[in-house]
Ligand binder design. Structure first.
Ligand SMILES: *[C@@H]1O[C@H](CO)[C@@H](O)[C@H](O)[C@H]1NC(C)=O
Ligand SMILES: *[C@@H]1O[C@H](CO)[C@@H](O)[C@H](O)[C@H]1NC(C)=O
Length: 367
């Protein structure tokens, strides 16, 4: 369950096996109105939580160590990424929230980061997949990254103490009403990301946001139709839990092999049916971060970074119905989605799996 696509990292993590805590992060029910300074109080093994969970106007800016994130809507979500230029594997325990909206005490995602984003809201979760310039998020160029999630090798989460909330999951009564997602998974690297935040009140949350498939990337963990230069918000059905597939009329479960054995899933993931996709212009979605630049060395001026939307008003969004084939009718969305929109999935699957293979090969050479 070591997160990270890095075999070298995994190997060293295993060498210093960490004990599993008695109070794992997934069991911590933390109402939005009762967030503690740090949700994780452990100090052994991986050390104390790096940042904090109470985030406010004092912490906001590009040096924030806020570890409370949000996944709300296509224009309103956060990613976890390194506090300083690094790889995901080297900083999985200490990563911080980068968000598209100011006002929550976090860093802001620099302008020009996104190259295409797809959000799918299903009964059980919100899934967001996108193409990015990861160097704008302090992730080294060429890093294939890995998995962050509310589990982690010791149950403390990656990042340790990372909390995630949403105003768009069951239980929320509007945009000012945030519910906690205790089961979430997030892959970032290879200039892509995919995240899933599951509805904790759904009995299937643990399976829909399964976090033990950390080496097979977005294609399997978040099957999707995301495309470069397309920004869209869709509705969808729940995916089959990661690792499960139908063969010969039976539902079978594949489990990721131990480190050192290349993971080769015996099935090709298919995105769950989606419909009602609405596409947007990225400028209208991310106007709040239009003036945020990725100047990692400017910690002194971090607090002066402002958004063009300083009055805090919601940004006007220009709606235009997607003209792509799968948006052509809700009745046919399922078939069309399965038939014609695998481009993003394949691209993601190939590049991430290729990254795994490459790292595996080099790890074997060192063995
Ligand atoms: C703002 O957040 C910081 C960091 O978590 C915390 O120490 C401080 O008490 C907070 N301020 C208020 C007014 O809540
Ligand atoms: C909630 O925020 C989203 C954008 O993040 C917006 O599209 C939606 O209309 C808002 N909902 C309400 C009820 O204001």
């Amino acid at each position: 369950m070591v997160s990270g696509l890095f075999i070298a990292l995994a190997a060293s993590s295993y060498a210093a096996a960490q004990s599993f805590v008695s109070d794992p992060l997934i069991d911590k029910v933390v109402p939005y109105t009762a967030i503690p300074y740090q949700v994780d109080q452990h100090t052994a093994d991986r050390g104390p939580q790096h940042g904090y969970n109470i985030c406010n106007s004092t912490t906001e800016g590009q040096s924030s160590l806020c570890q409370t994130g949000f996944v709300n809507h296509l224009d309103d979500f956060c990613l976890f990424a390194p506090p300083e230029l690094s790889t995901i594997g080297d900083t999985e325990g200490i990563e911080v929230a980068y968000c598209t909206k100011p006002g929550r005490g976090t860093r802001l995602i620099p302008e020009g980061t996104f190259k295409g984003v797809q959000l799918v809201k299903s009964p059980g979760y919100i899934q967001i997949v996108g193409f990015i310039d990861q160097t704008k998020l302090n992730i080294q160029q060429g890093d294939f990254g890995g998995e962050l999630d509310s589990g982690g090798q010791d149950g403390r989460g990656n990042p340790i103490g990372g909390l995630v909330y949403s105003n768009n999951l069951p239980g929320s009564s509007g945009n000012d009403s945030f519910v906690q997602s205790r089961h979430w998974t997030f892959f970032i690297g290879g200039d892509q990301f995919c995240l899933k935040v599951c509805d904790s009140s759904n009995p299937n949350a643990g399976h829909l946001c399964e976090h033990i498939y950390d080496r097979i990337g977005c294609a399997y963990n978040a099957p999707n139709n995301a495309q470069q230069n397309v920004f869209e918000s869709c509705e969808g059905e729940d995916m089959m839990p990661v690792g499960t597939y139908v063969s010969g009329g039976q539902t079978l479960t594949w489990t990721q092999p131990p480190e050192g054995v290349e993971p080769v899933p015996p099935y090709t993931p298919t995105p769950a049916a989606s419909s009602n996709c609405v596409s947007f212009q990225s400028e209208s979605l991310f106007a709040a971060i239009a003036s945020v630049t990725a100047s990692v060395s400017e910690s002194a001026s971090a607090s002066t970074i402002t958004s063009t939307n300083s009055n805090g008003q919601p940004t006007t969004i220009t709606r235009s119905v997607s003209s792509s084939a799968r948006g052509s009718g809700s009745g046919t969305a399922s078939a069309a989605g399965a038939a014609n929109t695998n481009d993003g999935v394949r691209a993601m699957g190939i590049s991430i799996v290729a990254g795994v293979s490459g790292v595996l090969l080099s790890a074997l050479m060192f063995a």
